[in-house]
Design a protein around this ligand. Structure first.
Ligand code: FAD
Length: 388
């Protein structure tokens, strides 16, 4: 398994749970994993970054061979993975779960250096605390500009949760400041719920503009923190630029990405449609209607482990259904959610109509508070299952 995030760590554990005679190696670049879900609460000042961090000791105790080295190449013909220390690993089945890479070519002016001044905070860790600290240091009455890419990207509702928690922080500490969301699309996950919650909780602190308003960001300049659309150039005090994304680079090196930059899969077994004996799960995979979420990554991992175990036993994969739920915190005590159920249909992961839904528009504040509790419990349950 390459990648020890929600997808890769889950699949490694599930493989050993299903068949403890399997030799499972997990190749993960970092010794500490910093989780993205709830990282917007770190930015809003409600959690510490250390509460987002996990290690791999429990996976080692499960009998998984955890190797903390970046994988630098995959040779599908020889069925070999090369690590950065030149060591080679042979596989019968390879599961790729490398998550995302930010597409540094996609937005004019936005590269790794620019991200030091205009953080994306779309991979949790230093970037998360950088954005938090920039908000803390912002002048009174300042302007926070957020740029949101077109779909698909990691965590569809994540930018709007972030805008909410930033607004909550500003309301307490810097009430004349504003958050302007420049979005490359007109619709987004749970839009009516977010919009009405913003109105009631944050008044006019958050302003959202979509593609039809000409809000697609076309260039940025890190030197003066300016953000440009086709129509205007805005001066930001803090700029959170979430750029377009693609599958983690090792997927491209393995030859499992298509022109979109993501990995096409056969939905029942998650096997790559481009290379034999390689499966792709989590954010890197094209799972069609399933969003790129930690919930989905973990669910895909369990099903993929079952299918790989069956294939190794000479059995055929069995079709399964998967669930996803994405909670978003509009405030620490105000949660909303969207849930969906998915199944393979005509070579894609399709949503089953009527099986999911979103939080009711007219829910009471007690219900919103309860959903906020569910969000935090979900994170505790998931991270316990994956890392403890
Ligand atoms: P990752 O978690 O990114 O893991 C990939 C791992 O692979 C990394 O540890 C990386 O180091 C490793 N890796 C990559 N390449 C290599 C290599 N070549 N060699 C070795 N290791 C490698 N999801 C939810 O379900 N609920 C939420 O509330 C939620 N909130 C979010 C909020 C924010 C702000 C963001 C940004 C995301 C949020 N998500 C949420 C989405 C969630 O974080 C991702 O969907 C999830 O992390 C995907 O898991 P993954 O395992 O595919 O990728």
């Amino acid at each position: 398994v390459i990648g020890g995030g929600f997808a890769g760590a889950s699949v490694a554990r599930e493989l050993r749970r299903l068949n403890n005679a399997l030799a499972v190696s997990l190749v993960e670049a970092n010794a500490t994993y910093t989780a993205c879900p709830l990282s917007n609460m770190v930015i809003g000042g409600h959690r510490q970054i250390t509460q987002q961090q996990f290690n791999y000791a429990a996976l080692g105790a499960d009998g998984i061979n955890v190797i903390h080295q970046p994988a630098v190449n995959v040779d599908p013909e020889r069925r070999q993975v090369t690590l950065s220390n030149t060591r080679k690993l042979h596989y019968d089945k390879l599961i790729l779960a490398p998550g995302i890479d930010l597409d540094w070519q996609a937005l004019q002016g936005y590269d790794k250096t620019a991200a030091e001044r205009m953080p994306h905070a779309w991979k949790a860790g230093m970037q998360t605390t950088l954005l938090r600290d920039q908000l803390r240091g912002m002048r009174k009455g300042g302007l926070v500009v957020m740029s949101v890419p077109k779909s698909p990207y990691r965590c569809p509702p994540g930018p709007y949760e972030r805008a909410s928690l930033i607004a909550g922080y500003l309301k307490q500490t810097n009430p004349r400041a504003k958050v302007l969301i420049l979005d490359s699309k007109d619709s987004f996950s749970k839009k009516p719920l977010f919009m009405s919650a913003w109105q009631s909780l944050y008044g006019d602190i958050i302003e959202w503009q979509g593609e039809s308003d000409g809000a697609t960001v076309t260039a940025v300049n890190a030197d003066n923190r300016s953000v440009s659309t086709d129509f205007e150039t805005l001066q930001a005090d803090v700029a959170n630029i979430i750029p377009p994304q693609k599958a983690g680079k090792i997927a491209q090196l393995a030859g499992v990405t298509d022109r979109s930059g993501w990995c096409p899969i056969e939905p029942v077994s998650f096997s790559s449609t481009l290379q034999p004996d390689i499966h792709v799960i989590g954010d890197a995979a094209i799972a069609n209607a399933m969003p790129k979420s930690a919930f989905a990554a973990n669910a895909q991992a369990k099903l993929c482990a079952l299918q790989v175990t069956r294939l190794l036993n000479g059995e055929t994969p069995v079709s399964g259904k998967l669930i996803n739920t994405c909670y978003s915190l509009v405030a620490p005590d105000y949660g909303i959610s969207v849930a969906g159920v998915y199944q393979p249909r005509e070579k894609i992961w399709a949503e089953i109509d009527g099986a999911g839904g979103v939080s009711p528009a007219d829910a009471s504040l007690e219900t919103r508070a309860l959903e906020a509790t569910y969000a935090q419990r979900w994170f505790e349950n998931l991270t316990t299952q994956v890392f403890a």
